[in-house]
Design a binder for this molecule. Structure first.
Ligand code: VGL
Ligand code: ZN
Length: 194
Protein backbone atom coordinates (compact mmCIF):
# COMPACT_ATOMS: atom_id res chain seq x y z
CA UNK A 1 0.00 0.00 0.00
CA UNK A 2 1.23 3.50 -0.82
CA UNK A 3 0.23 6.58 1.11
CA UNK A 4 1.25 10.01 -0.10
CA UNK A 5 1.76 12.33 2.84
CA UNK A 6 0.43 15.79 2.07
CA UNK A 7 -1.22 18.94 3.31
CA UNK A 8 -4.17 17.35 5.10
CA UNK A 9 -1.93 15.23 7.32
CA UNK A 10 -0.55 15.47 10.84
CA UNK A 11 1.64 13.18 12.92
CA UNK A 12 0.73 12.32 16.51
CA UNK A 13 3.49 10.83 18.67
CA UNK A 14 1.99 9.37 21.84
CA UNK A 15 3.65 9.44 25.27
CA UNK A 16 7.33 8.83 24.41
CA UNK A 17 8.29 9.70 27.98
CA UNK A 18 11.05 8.34 30.21
CA UNK A 19 8.61 6.65 32.62
CA UNK A 20 7.23 4.56 29.73
CA UNK A 21 10.69 3.50 28.56
CA UNK A 22 12.85 0.65 29.94
CA UNK A 23 14.06 1.70 33.42
CA UNK A 24 11.07 3.99 33.94
CA UNK A 25 8.22 3.74 36.45
CA UNK A 26 5.76 2.07 34.04
CA UNK A 27 7.96 0.69 31.31
CA UNK A 28 6.81 -0.52 27.93
CA UNK A 29 9.22 -3.37 27.05
CA UNK A 30 11.50 -2.20 24.21
CA UNK A 31 9.61 1.09 24.09
CA UNK A 32 12.84 2.88 23.19
CA UNK A 33 13.46 0.65 20.15
CA UNK A 34 10.89 2.52 18.07
CA UNK A 35 12.61 5.90 18.53
CA UNK A 36 14.77 5.78 15.34
CA UNK A 37 11.71 4.88 13.26
CA UNK A 38 9.58 7.54 14.94
CA UNK A 39 12.34 10.07 14.29
CA UNK A 40 12.20 9.20 10.58
CA UNK A 41 8.46 9.89 10.53
CA UNK A 42 8.92 13.09 12.53
CA UNK A 43 11.62 14.36 10.13
CA UNK A 44 9.50 13.50 7.10
CA UNK A 45 6.57 15.51 8.45
CA UNK A 46 8.91 18.34 9.41
CA UNK A 47 10.45 18.42 5.91
CA UNK A 48 7.01 18.67 4.35
CA UNK A 49 6.01 21.52 6.66
CA UNK A 50 3.39 19.40 8.42
CA UNK A 51 2.52 19.64 12.11
CA UNK A 52 3.76 17.11 14.64
CA UNK A 53 1.87 16.65 17.90
CA UNK A 54 3.54 15.07 20.92
CA UNK A 55 1.16 13.89 23.61
CA UNK A 56 2.41 13.40 27.12
CA UNK A 57 0.93 11.88 30.24
CA UNK A 58 1.14 14.78 32.70
CA UNK A 59 -0.29 13.75 36.04
CA UNK A 60 -0.51 15.65 39.30
CA UNK A 61 1.12 13.99 42.33
CA UNK A 62 -2.30 12.89 43.67
CA UNK A 63 -3.61 11.41 40.42
CA UNK A 64 -6.53 8.98 40.53
CA UNK A 65 -4.80 6.40 38.27
CA UNK A 66 -2.04 5.77 40.84
CA UNK A 67 -2.30 2.67 43.07
CA UNK A 68 -1.91 4.79 46.21
CA UNK A 69 -5.04 6.71 45.17
CA UNK A 70 -7.11 3.65 44.27
CA UNK A 71 -5.99 3.33 40.65
CA UNK A 72 -4.22 0.49 38.86
CA UNK A 73 -0.87 2.03 37.90
CA UNK A 74 2.35 2.73 39.73
CA UNK A 75 3.02 6.43 40.09
CA UNK A 76 4.21 7.70 36.69
CA UNK A 77 4.66 10.82 34.60
CA UNK A 78 4.21 13.24 37.47
CA UNK A 79 4.25 16.84 36.19
CA UNK A 80 7.71 18.43 36.09
CA UNK A 81 9.55 15.27 37.15
CA UNK A 82 12.29 13.59 35.12
CA UNK A 83 10.07 10.59 34.42
CA UNK A 84 7.60 12.82 32.60
CA UNK A 85 10.26 14.14 30.21
CA UNK A 86 10.41 12.92 26.65
CA UNK A 87 13.13 10.36 25.94
CA UNK A 88 16.31 12.25 25.16
CA UNK A 89 16.73 10.60 21.75
CA UNK A 90 13.28 11.58 20.52
CA UNK A 91 13.60 14.22 17.82
CA UNK A 92 11.48 17.28 18.55
CA UNK A 93 11.28 19.80 15.69
CA UNK A 94 11.93 23.44 16.53
CA UNK A 95 8.82 24.64 14.67
CA UNK A 96 5.31 23.50 13.90
CA UNK A 97 5.21 21.08 16.83
CA UNK A 98 2.74 20.97 19.69
CA UNK A 99 2.93 19.39 23.13
CA UNK A 100 -0.42 18.04 24.31
CA UNK A 101 -0.63 17.29 28.05
CA UNK A 102 -3.31 14.85 29.21
CA UNK A 103 -4.45 13.39 32.50
CA UNK A 104 -3.67 16.71 34.15
CA UNK A 105 -6.57 16.84 36.66
CA UNK A 106 -6.39 14.72 39.84
CA UNK A 107 -9.81 13.09 39.32
CA UNK A 108 -9.74 12.15 35.63
CA UNK A 109 -7.52 9.85 33.62
CA UNK A 110 -7.09 10.16 29.88
CA UNK A 111 -5.73 7.42 27.65
CA UNK A 112 -6.64 9.43 24.57
CA UNK A 113 -4.73 12.50 23.52
CA UNK A 114 -8.08 14.03 22.56
CA UNK A 115 -9.61 13.64 26.01
CA UNK A 116 -9.73 16.92 27.91
CA UNK A 117 -7.26 18.58 25.51
CA UNK A 118 -7.35 21.02 22.59
CA UNK A 119 -5.86 18.47 20.16
CA UNK A 120 -9.05 18.22 18.08
CA UNK A 121 -9.41 21.98 17.75
CA UNK A 122 -5.73 22.43 16.82
CA UNK A 123 -6.11 19.79 14.08
CA UNK A 124 -9.40 21.21 12.77
CA UNK A 125 -8.07 24.74 12.75
CA UNK A 126 -5.25 23.53 10.48
CA UNK A 127 -7.57 21.65 8.18
CA UNK A 128 -6.08 18.29 9.13
CA UNK A 129 -8.14 15.36 7.86
CA UNK A 130 -5.77 12.43 8.36
CA UNK A 131 -3.70 11.58 11.41
CA UNK A 132 -0.72 9.23 11.62
CA UNK A 133 -0.40 7.79 15.12
CA UNK A 134 2.68 6.19 16.73
CA UNK A 135 4.24 5.86 20.18
CA UNK A 136 3.29 3.93 23.32
CA UNK A 137 1.46 2.02 24.57
CA UNK A 138 -0.25 0.29 21.65
CA UNK A 139 -2.87 -1.26 23.96
CA UNK A 140 -3.62 1.91 25.98
CA UNK A 141 -2.85 5.42 24.85
CA UNK A 142 -2.09 4.71 21.19
CA UNK A 143 -5.27 2.64 20.89
CA UNK A 144 -7.44 5.26 22.58
CA UNK A 145 -5.93 8.21 20.72
CA UNK A 146 -6.46 6.44 17.38
CA UNK A 147 -10.01 5.46 18.38
CA UNK A 148 -10.74 9.01 19.46
CA UNK A 149 -9.52 10.25 16.09
CA UNK A 150 -11.72 7.77 14.22
CA UNK A 151 -14.76 8.71 16.31
CA UNK A 152 -14.10 12.39 15.62
CA UNK A 153 -14.09 11.68 11.88
CA UNK A 154 -10.38 11.67 11.05
CA UNK A 155 -8.86 9.14 8.73
CA UNK A 156 -6.39 7.29 10.94
CA UNK A 157 -3.16 5.56 9.98
CA UNK A 158 -1.49 3.60 12.77
CA UNK A 159 2.29 3.34 12.39
CA UNK A 160 2.83 -0.41 12.70
CA UNK A 161 6.61 -0.04 13.00
CA UNK A 162 6.36 2.98 15.31
CA UNK A 163 4.32 1.55 18.20
CA UNK A 164 5.00 -0.73 21.19
CA UNK A 165 2.58 -2.30 23.65
CA UNK A 166 2.70 -3.58 27.21
CA UNK A 167 0.56 -6.73 26.71
CA UNK A 168 -0.38 -7.17 30.36
CA UNK A 169 -2.69 -9.83 28.95
CA UNK A 170 -1.08 -11.73 26.09
CA UNK A 171 -2.37 -10.43 22.77
CA UNK A 172 -3.65 -7.04 24.02
CA UNK A 173 -1.70 -5.10 21.40
CA UNK A 174 -2.79 -7.34 18.55
CA UNK A 175 -6.43 -7.06 19.72
CA UNK A 176 -6.05 -3.28 19.91
CA UNK A 177 -4.95 -3.21 16.26
CA UNK A 178 -7.82 -5.50 15.25
CA UNK A 179 -10.30 -3.18 17.01
CA UNK A 180 -8.83 -0.15 15.25
CA UNK A 181 -8.97 -1.85 11.85
CA UNK A 182 -12.62 -2.82 12.38
CA UNK A 183 -13.37 0.86 12.96
CA UNK A 184 -11.59 1.99 9.81
CA UNK A 185 -8.04 2.48 11.02
CA UNK A 186 -5.28 1.45 8.61
CA UNK A 187 -1.98 0.03 9.81
CA UNK A 188 1.01 1.13 7.70
CA UNK A 189 4.81 1.00 7.84
CA UNK A 190 7.57 3.36 6.71
CA UNK A 191 7.83 1.59 3.37
CA UNK A 192 4.18 2.50 2.61
CA UNK A 193 4.87 6.23 2.79
CA UNK A 194 5.73 8.36 -0.21
C1 VGL B 1 -0.52 4.98 29.61
C2 VGL B 1 -1.02 3.66 31.41
C3 VGL B 1 -1.21 4.76 32.22
C4 VGL B 1 -0.12 5.08 28.17
C5 VGL B 1 -0.72 6.10 30.39
O1 VGL B 1 0.48 6.09 27.77
O2 VGL B 1 -0.38 4.14 27.39
N1 VGL B 1 -0.68 3.77 30.13
N2 VGL B 1 -1.08 5.97 31.69
ZN1 ZN C 1 -1.01 7.71 33.02
Amino acid sequence: MKVKVGDLDALIVVDMQKDFMPGGALPVPEGDRIIPTLNNYIKLFEERGLPVFFTRDWHPENHISFKENGGIWPKHCVQNTEGAEFHRDLYIPADNKFIISKGTSPDFDAYSGFQGTILDSLLKERGVKRIFVGGVATDYCVKNTALGGLNLGYQVFVLGDGIKGVDINKGDSERALQTLMLKGGVVINQADIK
